[in-house]
Design a protein around this ligand. Sequence first.
Ligand SMILES: C[S@@+](CC[C@H](N)C(=O)[O-])C[C@H]1O[C@@H](n2cnc3c(N)ncnc32)[C@H](O)[C@@H]1O
Length: 299
Amino acid sequence: MAADAPRAAVVEGSYSLFHADAFDWLAAAPVNSIEAVVTDPPYGLIEYTEEQLKKRKSGSGGVWRIPPSFDGHKRSPLPRFTVLKADDHQRLRDFFAKLAAGLIRVMVPGAHLFIATNPLVSYLVYEPLIQAGFEKRGEIIRLVQTLRGGDRPKNAEDEFPMVSVMPRSCWEPWGLFRKPCEGRVHENLRRWKTGGLRRISEKEPFRDVIESSVARNGERKIAPHPSLKPQHFLRQLCRAALPLGEGTILDPFMGSGSTVAAAVACGAKAVGIEANEEYFVMAAKAVGALATHRVNGEG
Ligand SMILES: C[S@@+](CC[C@H](N)C(=O)[O-])C[C@H]1O[C@@H](n2cnc3c(N)ncnc32)[C@H](O)[C@@H]1O
């Protein structure tokens, strides 16, 4: 790290967690030092501000809304991105332009970026990344039953019982980007250990549709973050992200540290950044337990 880089607050064997602003950390990190980025950013931007988190806690207005309950179960609030206005969209573009500039500097040539988004705003995330010089390499479709969309017109539900305003969302897009390679892919693999994606086996390539679910209760107990992503899914991304199984995976918006844990579970080195103190403390406790947590279909 450069001399003025934020200090690591937690350094364990193969991972470091920083309580810092992602942009400050990126500005201080050395050029060409990260082999992959797997991240789930605050893509509505406003949902993790102090004001919105207070509204979430008190249950009064704001971007966090309780989805309608159709089966008697209590729901957790979800951020609703339909409330974003034109100036929020511009802020979103500016945010991702700044992130793209910070990432492309620290990532090695050929390094991949997996970035979570949602069908409403993904174009606002992808364009700034491409403008900064990233190549779009595809999109990972995480098949997951969310509680977004599918509602009847508000205040006229009985009048239009057969109408939904939007489809019930059953997938989550993860943009897949690459910093351009130096020379051909095989040359880049030799020099930087990056440029491709790790196959599932010699016969089976990594695929872009992944069946998933919301994070299960066992993981939620370890890491009660409002946007917790499941280990089963993240481990597949982290494994694919390092084609030779060597290098460091960065999550600049680590929340509870789920990506760091997934990277550790795959045997990779990892760095996580989190600006919110409560979530940083959560991650410091959760990473070890999440990394060793047994998930469905894993031995
Ligand atoms: C969508 S959540 C990530 C949740 C994570 N995937 C998990 O499974 O726990 C985004 C996180 O980014 C953090 N964040 C927002 N702005 C940040 C910034 N400028 N620097 C670092 N972290 C930030 C938020 O506090 C939030 O915890």
